[in-house]
Design a protein around this ligand. Structure first.
Ligand code: C5P
Length: 261
């Protein structure tokens, strides 16, 4: 059998050519990087968990009418997605002060922002993904005005939906990063949500204790990184229970269906 063709290897994922034209297989690795890959490590089982968490969120977003690249999960670490032309922007949505906005503007971490803020960073590793304004985006043609309107509208809808979804499981959605892509149909394209949404790309705090349940545990050497990711998966109903076998015991829907639950 011919080996499938690798299209791209990123910090946390590998993309392979999909079975049909216009499709791609997204493989989730356990590798973790921070500070523009200056810090590198591995979080055991992260790829498996992020695959499931991202599937859950993308499916739910699809359900409320947000167009996404997600087609289906293939196995523990892979999902089939639509091939898109990635818009070279990281779209960051913030509800509370943390990370770079806290540092840049001298805000106290955890402070609720007066309103939700959307920021754009230019996706360019060599430059450390710099913060850019809509003027830059228009000037350099990274996205059209119409595309930016769609991106901002979707970002707000996604934030509203995800804030509620996480609040329901005792988690505060502090901030998160989105990526969008163009889906081409002959000469026309439309913007759809791409990439992943997981504890790698969100700040998720326990609503009662403010315990960090995301990649900041890795960035800041807080320990128990894999446990935090598992906790998010468990609260989303993706893990069997705490007393299962050792490690991340994923309760596959297939098994659940077989048991008739
Ligand atoms: O570091 P910063 O505070 O700007 O990050 C904002 C949010 O975007 C965080 O949830 C972080 O995990 C996410 N992010 C990301 N990938 C990047 C930069 C930020 O997922 N390259």
């Amino acid at each position: 059998m011919a080996r499938r063709r690798q299209i791209y290897e990123g910090k946390a994922k590998i993309l392979y050519e999909g079975p049909e034209p216009g499709t791609i297989i997204q493989y989730f690795k356990d590798d973790a990087t921070a500070f523009n890959a200056q810090k590198k490590g591995e979080i055991a089982g992260k790829g498996v968990i992020n695959n499931r968490i991202s599937e859950r969120i993308f499916t739910a977003l699809g359900g409320i009418g947000v167009p996404t690249h997600f087609i289906k999960r293939l196995n523990m670490r892979e999902q089939l997605v639509r091939e898109v032309e990635i818009v070279p922007l990281e779209v960051i949505v913030r509800n509370y002060a943390a990370g770079t906005i806290a540092k840049r503007l001298g805000l106290t971490e955890g402070e609720r922002l007066p309103r939700t803020v959307i920021e754009y960073c230019y996706k360019k590793d060599e430059l450390g993904d710099p913060l850019v304004s809509e003027e830059h985006i228009a000037c350099f043609g990274w996205a059209s005005q119409e595309e930016m309107n769609d991106i901002a509208d979707m970002a707000i809808r996604i934030n509203d939906f995800m804030s509620g979804m996480f609040a329901g499981i005792g988690i505060k959605l502090v901030d998160f990063k989105l990526e969008f892509g163009r889906l081409w149909d002959n000469d026309f394209s439309r913007i759809i949500l791409a990439d992943e949404i997981s504890p790698d790309s969100c700040r998720l705090w326990d609503a009662e204790t403010d315990k960090k349940l995301d990649k900041d545990r890795f960035r800041q050497d807080l320990g128990d990184v894999a446990d935090a990711y598992q906790e998010v998966a468990r609260r989303l109903g993706l893990l069997k229970d705490d007393k299962g076998e050792e490690g991340a015991v994923l309760d596959f829907d297939e098994h659940r269906n077989k048991r008739g639950k």
